[in-house]
Design a protein around this ligand. Structure first.
Ligand SMILES: Nc1ncnc2c1ncn2[C@@H]1O[C@H](COP(=O)(O)OP(=O)(O)O)[C@@H](O)[C@H]1O
Ligand SMILES: C=C(OP(=O)(O)O)C(=O)O
Ligand SMILES: [Mn+2]
Length: 538
């Protein structure tokens, strides 16, 4: 350690001096062994580590708070982000520090961001060995030289056994995720769903990067043989992870990326895939990770004797997950950076069965849909959500976006224009009727349409203009039953379709009211037109 540098190997800079023991930068093997030894997890056939998170099997979005102080007063969008007072945060932190006394803790020093000019050194302190393994999989491990000089710029402390007190800490419940940008500290308590830690890093970068004119995005990225990066925006469950794993395209990352002057870069070094009803046929690369040593399987059901997994069993969670390093996917790119995108795909899982499986968006429509962030929230990723329902989550990631959506929107608009990116909307949701009547779009059909869009062949197809949404929809695509392209024709009751389309268009318009004053008229003009659905019905 060079003279004059703070010793970050202990936590004294945080005022934490009473922990029983700090296990710093333990490797995967050591953490795995310790998690098993402590009974935190069990070993499945082939070597994954199977863990249970108890009550919280998804993010607790309503228990997340941002400290409101001079630094964040004018930079955070308080209409959406819940505020915590600095006093409550200090009380929380004092109680958490007391909770750390005499405990054995794990510390990982990692990077968020594959782009060396924009990466963030983060220190993650956890109570659980498996949480340390999880975040070591998910973030980016420094090499020996980088570790020697490692100076964390943010610290995340995750103590699942800590219980927040609404009276003392100003929380809503015993669960808390408190982000303090001034103190460069995130405190997590009362939940052991591992996704909270990775999404906290995402939240931090989403706050810091726009100041450097780097666009942070809730998206996956892959690159085809023609060196043609594609971005897949989407809320939870819309298909970022599923569709980015493609044997024909190199995987850059499945969930969080930045777009800088240098191109696209993953924030992470691992993936976090949904496991429920995962099919070996439809998703072979992801399925294979469930048989690999060290994959962390969260709330996946396992036979205690044979150690075989049952991916169809949702008794522990609908939102069961697998966390693994990117290189567990055979064609992942090792640097996790690539050039500027050629295509941007906005994924939506439309439970109403109204959106076409693919549509070409004008730049104005892309902006409108980016700000709207429409999908159906599919079971389980957020606690308490058990069936799909329509959701608008701006920037396709409102829970992780501290700033005003217009800031992200303006950055994206400029980058799309500068690099002449083609934009698409893809519905991975329902076809043949709404949820309950129709069925989920076959993954093979979505992939076929995506490939046609990304390889340029779709550009030559005939398009119609969707009367309600105004975007261009292909009429026919080789190797695909044309009827799937026109959602109205897939419904047995077309009047019901028109009524549903009108309802959805009305929801878009009501949701967009809050952005009316923040966007140019040409973006407002990209709104759907519910009157057209009425006309169709007559
Ligand atoms: N047409 C489709 N496209 C993408 N995913 C689909 C489709 N049909 C069903 N699915 C399922 O939906 C889920 C998509 O989840 P995932 O890719 O993890 O989303 P995200 O990464 O955006 O949260 C997976 O369980 C996948 O098997
Ligand atoms: C991990 C999550 O992200 P996603 O579902 O988008 O993969 C989450 O929302 O908790
Ligand atoms: Mn995902």
């Amino acid at each position: 350690m060079p003279d004059g540098m703070v010793n970050t190997r202990d936590l004294s800079d945080l005022g934490v001096t009473n922990a029983a023991r700090l296990n710093v930068n333990w490797t995967e093997a050591a953490l795995y062994q310790e998690a098993v030894r402590r009974g935190e997890g069990e070993v499945a056939k082939g070597g994954p580590l199977v863990v249970k998170t108890g009550q919280h099997t998804g993010r607790s979005a309503r228990d997340k708070f941002t400290v409101r102080d001079a630094a964040t007063e004018d930079t955070v969008w308080w209409d959406f982000n819940a505020a915590m007072s600095p006093e409550h945060f200090q009380a929380l932190w004092a109680d958490m520090r007391a909770h750390m006394a005499d405990r054995e803790l794990f510390v990982q020093e990692l990077f968020g961001g594959a782009d060396e000019t924009h990466r963030l050194p983060v220190r993650v302190v956890t109570e659980l060995a498996w949480h340390s393994l999880f975040i070591r999989h998910l973030l980016r491990r420094p090499d020996a030289a980088e570790l020697a000089d490692f100076a964390p710029e943010f610290t995340i402390v995750n103590l699942p056994s800590f219980r927040a007190d609404p009276e003392r800490h100003g929380t809503r419940s015993e669960t808390v995720i408190a982000v303090n940008f001034s103190e460069r500290l995130v405190l997590i308590g009362g939940t052991s769903y591992a996704g909270e830690t990775k999404k906290s890093v995402f939240t931090i970068l989403n706050y810091l990067l726009p100041e450097k004119r780097v666009m942070p995005m809730h998206c996956s990225v892959n690159v085809g043989k023609a060196d043609d990066p594609a971005v897949f925006f989407g809320l939870s469950g819309t298909g970022k992870t599923t569709l980015s794993a493609d044997p024909e395209r190199k995987l850059i990352g499945d969930d969080e990326h930045g777009w800088s002057e240098n191109g696209l870069f993953n924030f992470e070094g691992g993936c976090y895939a949904k496991m429920i009803r995962l099919s070996a046929e439809a998703e072979p690369q992801i399925h294979a990770t469930t048989k690999m040593w060290g994959t962390v399987l969260e709330n996946v059901v396992m036979d205690p004797v044979t150690r075989e997994l049952d991916l169809d069993d949702a008794s522990l969670a609908e939102n069961s997950r697998g966390a693994y390093p990117l290189h567990y996917i055979p064609n992942a790119c090792d640097k996790n950076v690539c050039g500027h995108p050629k295509n941007i795909v906005m994924l939506t899982c439309d439970a109403f069965g109204v959106m076409p499986p693919i549509a070409k968006l004008t730049p104005a429509q892309a902006m409108y849909h980016f700000l709207s962030g429409y999908t159906a929230k599919v079971a389980g990723t957020e606690k308490g959500v058990t069936e799909p329902s329509a959701t608008f989550s701006t920037c396709f990631g409102a829970p992780f976006m501290p700033r005003h959506p217009a800031e992200y929107g303006a950055l994206l608009r400029d980058l799309i224009a500068e690099h002449s990116v083609d934009c698409w909307l893809v519905n991975t949701g329902w076809t043949g009727g709404a949820y309950g009547v129709g069925e989920r779009m076959p993954i093979a059909a979505t992939r076929k349409l995506l490939n046609a869009a990304l390889d340029g062949s779709l550009a030559g197809a005939a398009f119609r203009t969707d009367p309600v949404f105004g975007f261009a929809v292909p009429v026919s695509v080789e190797g695909l039953d044309d009827s799937i392209l026109d959602p109205r024709s897939t419904w047995s009751d077309q009047a019901a379709f028109d009524a549903q389309a009108e309802k959805l268009a009305d929801m878009f318009i009501a949701n967009f009211e809050k952005f009316e004053d923040h966007v140019a008229p040409y973006v407002r003009a990209a709104a759907p037109n519910p009157e057209q659905a009425k006309l169709a019905a007559e």
